[in-house]
Design a protein around this ligand. Structure first.
Ligand SMILES: Nc1ncnc2c1ncn2[C@@H]1O[C@H](COP(=O)(O)OP(=O)(O)OP(=O)(O)O)[C@@H](O)[C@H]1O
Ligand SMILES: [Mg+2]
Length: 449
């Protein structure tokens, strides 16, 4: 059942641990692995050497090392650790660390791990690929497309409402491509008047216009061997569209006021919140440039259409702001969750991040309540309350007043863990067995009792 060395916990204890907690690692006081249960290697994506330093095993050389930091400071922690997979994507494993104490002396740690492989299509599995987090099946398909197009050099047009993550996707395409060592440059085509945009994109020579005091290379040349992200591309003026088309066709740029074309090797990823086809239909955009730019169109669904991502991303933004010295949110009140689920999020993920920021600024305490949310997000819940006899874990609601607090908390945790009881138990700080016993006691085990 388990691998272990002499001085370490009794086999019985480890096998019991395996029964109640699944994948678990026992560490000594120096954070070195002394024992682990059978399913650990698969979860961490490779063999586990006894004696290996746990932060290195879990976090590698990555910069995101919440577990490493927490353990080093002697704090218990619940954290997500992104792990690369052989396919080049990544999976998130949830790590819960509890200290092992002998009296007041810490003798080691137990790490409980949970996670689903990136390939798993389970509706619950959260993935994070190049910083893009999602649980939504449409988004997961998009991430696979990102991986696929990244390896070729085709032009990509990213469509999506404001704040859906278009730039994040463009960066992911760059990071997953052969150009990842080269520069990534982002230009917002709506931010500058045409004359300035022209020289910003294509550069200018000294004296090209009053104020052109020296040669400037422009974004295209600065992005040489890398990726240029053209945001709001539909806003380009028709003359600039003509010039952009020429640059893409000839793979060289002529700076404003110059006469010599300079070869460039740039992949263009563009983005637009509105359809280029519509812009072509209304005469505002050149059809030939549209075909050039949207060889592969990718569409990011709005946040309101990926319900499971609202909570996932809310937690991501909460964890980024949690600070033991100031405020640490450990729970989102069901009413707050309902408000967030009902609100249409016109500003999408960016607006959600701002709402969490607002909640940290306006509220305090370990529970993020509805009252902490921005007024526009609050109190949008016009849906019918669930009938008493509807099992809560199936309808996504967790506010049945007839149930004791503890039962509601458990149902809520199961809902949050997308039905995964082990993870729900971990988030509540209880074993799976305890959770199961409590579910039974409250008569919430329809199928198994
Ligand atoms: N799936 C995601 N996971 C994590 N963070 C995300 C995700 N989607 C978006 N974000 C974050 O939300 C913010 C907005 O994303 P981004 O700037 O890429 O959106 P955008 O579509 O380019 O917005 P705009 O249309 O306003 O230019 C960024 O801080 C980004 O990191
Ligand atoms: Mg953007």
């Amino acid at each position: 059942m388990t691998q272990q060395v002499d001085k370490n916990p009794e086999p019985m204890i480890l096998s019991a641990l395996h029964e109640v907690a699944g994948a678990a690692i026992v560490l000594d006081a120096d954070l070195r692995v002394v024992a682990y249960t059978d399913d650990v290697p698969e979860l961490v994506g490779g063999p586990v050497d006894l004696g290996i330093f746990a932060p290195q095993l879990l976090c590698g050389e990555g910069e995101q090392r919440p577990v490493a930091e927490a353990l080093a400071e002697g704090r218990a922690v619940v954290a997500e650790v992104p792990r690369p997979t052989p396919e080049g994507g990544s999976r998130v494993i949830l790590v819960r660390a509890a200290p092992l104490m002998a009296g007041s002396k810490r003798t080691g740690w137990i790490l409980l791990l949970e996670g689903e492989p990136w390939e798993s299509e389970g509706p619950a599995s959260a993935v994070v690929v190049h910083g893009i987090r999602t649980r939504d099946s449409g988004m997961k398909k998009l991430l696979r497309d990102v991986d696929r197009v990244a390896r070729r050099s085709a032009s990509v047009l990213v469509r999506g409402e404001t704040g859906t993550g278009k730039e994040l996707v463009a960066r992911a395409i760059h990071a997953a491509s052969k150009r990842s060592e080269g520069p990534f440059r982002a230009v917002n085509c709506a931010a500058l008047p045409p004359a300035l945009l022209e020289s910003a994109l294509f550069g200018h020579v000294e004296g090209a216009f009053p104020g052109a005091l020296r040669d400037e290379p422009g974004h295209f040349r600065l992005a040489d061997s890398g990726t240029l992200f053209l945001d709001e591309v539909a806003e380009l003026s028709l003359p600039l569209q003509a010039k952009l088309l020429r640059v893409l066709e000839e793979r060289s740029v002529t700076p404003v006021g110059g006469h010599v074309a300079v070869p460039v090797d740039v992949r263009v990823v563009s983005a637009s919140p509105r359809s280029l086809r519509d812009a072509v239909a209304s005469g505002a955009f050149r059809a030939d440039l549209m075909y050039r730019l949207r060889v592969v169109p990718l569409f990011i669904p709005p946040l309101r259409e990926r319900a499971t991502d609202i909570e996932l991303l809310a937690w991501h933004f909460i964890e980024a702001r949690n600070d033991p010295a100031a405020r640490e949110v450990g729970r989102i009140a069901p009413t707050a969750l309902r408000a967030m689920a009902t609100y249409p999020w016109p500003g999408n993920v960016r607006e959600l991040e701002n709402a969490v920021e607002y909640a940290f600024a306006m509220g305090d305490g370990p529970v993020l309540t509805e009252a902490h949310l921005p007024p526009e997000v609050r109190g949008q819940d016009t849906r019918r309350r669930p009938a008493r006899n509807v099992p809560l874990e199936h309808d996504g609601e967790a506010g049945d007043d007839a149930l004791p607090d503890e039962a509601r908390r458990i149902l809520y945790a199961i809902e949050r863990a997308a039905g995964h009881r082990g993870r729900a138990a971990a988030s509540l700080g209880m074993s799976r067995v305890t959770l199961w016993r409590k579910l039974k006691r409250y008569g919430l085990l329809e199928d198994e009792s």
